[in-house]
Ligand binder design. Structure first.
Ligand SMILES: Cc1ncc(COP(=O)(O)O)c(C=O)c1O
Length: 437
């Protein structure tokens, strides 16, 4: 067995330097179970961040489904297969009528790239509207539409067919407060007019139902409905990226977009879909799928293979059997309540927001100026890691602590997380956290 240092050295030598590691002192995680991870020394960590292992790390039923299918067959979509069609049926049953055609892929990026291709084919246009701060994937086509990447270090800005809307952030955005949805929607109309003035057509508006990398942002009420109406009226296609937010995570609904009462033309999903197995999909209407069928075959070596589909079906079954959507609703509400209590006694917490088990804590140095407390956010996650709690930070100012644990998170996990956070916030207040890290 390699020790910590040997792994680090080999990683430095043989893995790309643009890959990052979490925490100042990285962890060597060797095992996972449910909402817990274990390091090489046997220490247990409460995983509050891994939304990919949706039904829990190494869930026995998901592992068994993969093992069983692996021993029978693993091929591609060019043979008639029962597993894929049953899975497509199970999946579309969770979506509104009309979203009934599935294309299976292997990563969120691949799904979003395919969704863009479909939208461009269907509208015969490329003009794309995105939200500032959004991340939609690591492919060239997605860096182009992800301000989170192309406007950050190493990026070269948006190409001329990408139109960026201000991030609809009710806390620190261009417009603020509960009723700012309409004002942000007006920005959509401005962009549509700009596209049309150039003599172009709108192709697509791609949006996350709740923004993840943007800082666990809940879109203001009314924004998405209005934005979708405007884009649809202009002949554009509305894509909802549910890669972070789908499969019951928001608690009240199975899909994040349902919390806004909108009807997307295309939905993309991934991450939690395979509980860690590479599995993603694009689901759309028959009309868009038919337009995409322009004579060019769509083939994907791995997308929709029987093992992936067996895993996907097992994940859906576990969500249902273990009532994980309901768990996200109840436990998420309890967590929000506890975090708001911490906010009431701690000025560093500027905002607590979320839905179900998709929650953000935005830290500020001052509640009036909203100056971001990014250094403190980083200190907190590093200190909490030492105390057995795994969290991460994100958002344009790197000052939002993200919470999106496996959906099996329990009441006692909430209590542990909030008591350790309380303790750590006290350490920050006393100014001695630097010495402790
Ligand atoms: C909203 C969103 N879309 C797309 C992606 C890309 O998914 P993947 O990393 O599976 O390619 C991510 C990944 O973090 C994401 O958060």
């Amino acid at each position: 067995m390699l020790n910590h240092k040997e792994i680090k050295d080999l990683r430095t030598k043989h893995l790309g330097p643009s890959l990052s590691l979490s925490y100042d002192e990285p962890l060597q995680i060797v095992r996972g179970k449910g909402q817990y991870l274990y390091d090489a020394d046997g220490n247990q960590y409460l995983d509050c961040i891994n939304n990919i292992q949706h039904v829990g790390h190494c869930h026995p039923k998901v592992v068994a489904a993969a093992q069983k299918q692996y021993t029978q067959l693993n091929t591609n979509t060019r043979y008639l297969g029962e597993t894929i069609v049953k899975y497509a049926k199970n999946l579309t049953d969770t979506l509104p009528t009309g979203l009934e055609v599935c294309f299976f892929t292997n990563s969120g990026s691949e799904a979003n790239d395919l969704a863009l291709r479909m939208a461009r084919q269907y509208t015969e246009s490329k003009e794309t509207i995105v939200l500032d701060g959004a991340y939609h994937g690591n492919l060239l086509s997605l860096i182009e539409i992800s301000p989170y990447k192309h406007d950050a270090p190493g990026g070269s800005g948006a190409p001329d067919f990408v139109y960026t809307l201000p991030m609809p952030d009710p806390f620190r955005g261009k417009y603020r407060g509960e009723d700012c949805g309409e004002q942000y929607a007006q920005e959509v109309q401005t962009v549509i007019s700009e596209i049309q003035k150039k003599g172009n057509k709108v192709s697509t508006f791609i949006v996350e139902a709740l923004m993840g990398c943007g800082g666990q942002l809940i879109l203001p009420k009314g924004f998405l409905n209005k934005a979708f109406d405007l884009v649809s009226a202009a002949g554009g296609v509305c894509i909802v990226d549910e890669i972070q937010t789908g499969f019951g995570r928001v608690g009240s609904h199975f899909w994040g977009f349902e919390t806004h009462g909108v009807a997307p033309d295309i939905v993309t999903m991934g991450k939690s879909m395979g509980n860690g197995h590479p599995l993603s999909a694009v689901v759309t209407t028959q009309k868009i799928a038919d337009a995409f069928n322009n004579g060019m075959e769509y083939f994907n070596s791995f997308g929709g293979n029987p093992v992936s589909c067996a895993v996907g079906r097992a994940v859906l079954n576990v969500i249902k059997e273990e009532k994980l959507q309901e768990n996200a609703r109840v436990i998420g509400a309890y967590l929000l309540e506890q975090l708001n209590t911490l906010k009431s006694k701690n000025d560093l917490i500027g905002d607590v927001r979320g839905k179900g088990l998709f929650i953000g804590i935005e830290l500020v140095k001052d509640r009036d100026t909203l100056k971001p407390a990014a250094v403190e956010a980083n200190q907190i996650i590093n200190r909490m890691k030492e105390k057995g709690i795994l969290l991460s930070t994100d958002g344009p100012d790197h000052n939002v602590i993200k919470i999106k644990p496996p959906m099996v998170f329990k009441k006692q996990n909430v209590e542990k997380l909030t008591s350790v956070l309380d303790e750590t916030l006290e350490e920050i207040k006393k100014g001695n956290i630097q010495k402790l890290l």
